[in-house]
Design a protein around this ligand. Structure first.
Ligand code: BG6
Length: 485
């Protein structure tokens, strides 16, 4: 079903995000018939492109990121026909009246400004949108990073909030648009089975891993100012933790969900100067090997020998409330790890008493594994009897639901859903201002403790699971990281 007619102006239209994600996502929605005839996309950036040059840029983006079989000429032509371009710079006046004319000509259509630019430009762009009368009734989409710490996030939210009211601000965390992440809500709230067990009486611990096999590649410039804590933990990982830990909202209404997530963020026990040494590990990769062969270390990729930026974080968090008291949430994320795996493992407590003889084998705990990528799916590990005529022997087996095998449909990219949610005016999967701030309130003291300790990140070899201290972090508690839950 097509969404309502809209015009989306993409700032940073000739950048990496636009090329890799936004244009391909809009194209996919177009082929599926979700873009109405008069949906239009206006590219905006500093480059002096013509409409034609922007269309060839977009054509190349589609060629690079869409499987050839889906590039049906008729669809490609229709999509390119929706595109136009305006050169404008947040620091200058040229171009802005043209953009204002273009947006006015769009009449009653829904207007969206997507800021796929460097975050320093969010404030200045919003200011210009206000000045040229472009903000009225329009929606604005902001990409992470939203600030570098609490103070800068407050400032940024303030600058955006001066022009756009909160109910028209869409802060993207693309993890919330991932199919399996939403499935987490379906699993928790559309099944009666889990909720009674979803608490500290029955859950031993939770692990959240977002491991990447790639290094920082051409993003080293940005990455070095951020590090894994700001790049992944402050946003994606904490959002995943919130979805696991939040109380059932009364509905999927945006504020009902976001209120519950906010309570989780506010309940996280502080990690600071006192305890960061026991609860966190930061690492940085050295040269090593990946599936494709030898790979350089982070410092070589960055072209500097001095950086102390972390490319890996492991930490032990705790949500201090009745439901979760004493249940550790182990989080780890990093670049150049052994493989690309993102998953959430919820491990239940062991049975209180075994009725079996010791020789039937150990009774492993039940585990619910939500695999975000690759091979999206859900596994529930159970103990069963090993089939056979002899006496009872026990074995641990997964009830395994692979989405690719169960459903023959293409798994849409997170951006496809999120961009259309902006047009639909649905903010459920977007971060509210107070959520972003609460996440920084928890992260800031960790960053400060690291900075004051002046300890370099622990080295790890590319292609491994990170520094050995990260293994010690969980093994000290008698538990172990589960690589393939
Ligand atoms: C981005 C980070 O937000 O998420 C990147 O800035 C990271 O550093 C990426 O690689 C991971 O996203 P995905 O969807 O590939 O898991």
């Amino acid at each position: 079903i097509p969404v309502a007619p809209f015009v989306i102006a993409v700032f940073g239209a000739t950048g990496d995000l636009s090329r890799r994600k936004l244009l391909p996502a809009l194209f996919h929605r177009d082929i599926d018939g979700q873009l109405p005839d008069d949906a239009a996309i206006v590219g905006v950036s500093r480059r002096p492109f013509t409409d034609e040059a922007f269309r060839s840029f977009a054509r190349q983006a589609l060629d690079d990121h869409i499987p050839a079989a889906e590039l049906v000429p008729e669809y490609v032509e229709r999509f390119l026909g929706r595109l136009s371009y305006i050169a404008a710079d947040a620091g200058r006046e040229e171009g802005w009246s043209d953009l204002a004319d273009r947006m006015k000509a769009a009449g009653e259509r829904i207007k969206v400004y997507y800021l796929a630019t460097a975050p320093e430009l969010f404030g200045p762009i919003c200011e210009k949108l206000g000045k040229y009368g472009l903000a009225d009734e329009a929606r604005v989409v902001i990409e992470k990073p939203i600030g570098k710490n609490l103070a800068s996030a407050l400032k940024l939210n303030e600058e955006i909030g001066r022009i756009f009211p909160e109910d028209r601000v869409y802060r993207i965390d693309h993890y919330l648009g991932k199919e399996t992440v939403q499935n987490l809500m379906a699993l928790r709230f559309a099944n009666a089975l889990f909720e009674p067990l979803w608490n500290s009486a029955h859950i031993d611990h939770v692990q959240i891993t977002v491991a990447e096999a790639l290094g920082v590649e051409e993003r080293a410039g940005y990455y070095d100012t951020a590090g894994a804590m700001r790049d992944m933990v402050q946003n994606h990982m904490l959002q995943l933790l919130c979805l696991v830990a939040m109380e059932p909202p009364s509905s999927l209404d945006a504020d009902a969900v976001r209120d519950e997530k906010l309570k989780v963020l506010r309940a996280l026990k502080p990690i600071d100067e006192q305890n960061f040494g026991q609860l966190t590990v930061r690492g940085q990769y050295r040269a090593g090997a990946s599936a494709g062969g030898a790979v350089p270390g982070y410092l070589e990729e960055l072209g500097s020998s001095r950086s102390q930026t972390e490319t890996f974080v492991a930490l032990k968090a705790e949500v201090g409330n009745w439901r979760w008291a004493g249940v550790p949430f182990y989080l780890r994320t990093g670049k150049r790890l052994a493989s690309r795996v993102s998953e959430i493992v919820v491990e239940f407590k062991p049975v209180p008493h075994s009725v079996f003889d010791a020789n039937v084998g150990p009774i492993s705990p039940n585990r619910l594994v939500i695999r975000l990528q690759p091979d999206e799916g859900v596994k529930l590990w159970l103990m069963i009897k090993d089939p056979g005529p002899g006496g009872i022997r026990l074995t641990h087996v997964p009830l395994d639901m692979s989405f690719a095998k169960a459903f023959k449909v293409r798994n849409p990219d997170a951006y496809e859903r999120l961009i259309l949610d902006v047009v639909r005016g649905n903010q459920t999967l977007f971060m509210r201002r107070d959520e972003v701030q609460a996440a920084w309130e928890w992260v800031d003291p960790i960053l400060n403790a690291w900075r004051n300790a002046k300890e370099p990140p622990r080295p790890y070899t590319a292609g491994t699971w990170g520094p050995s201290a990260a293994i010690a972090l969980i093994e000290r508690d008698g538990r172990t990281w589960l690589e393939d839950g």
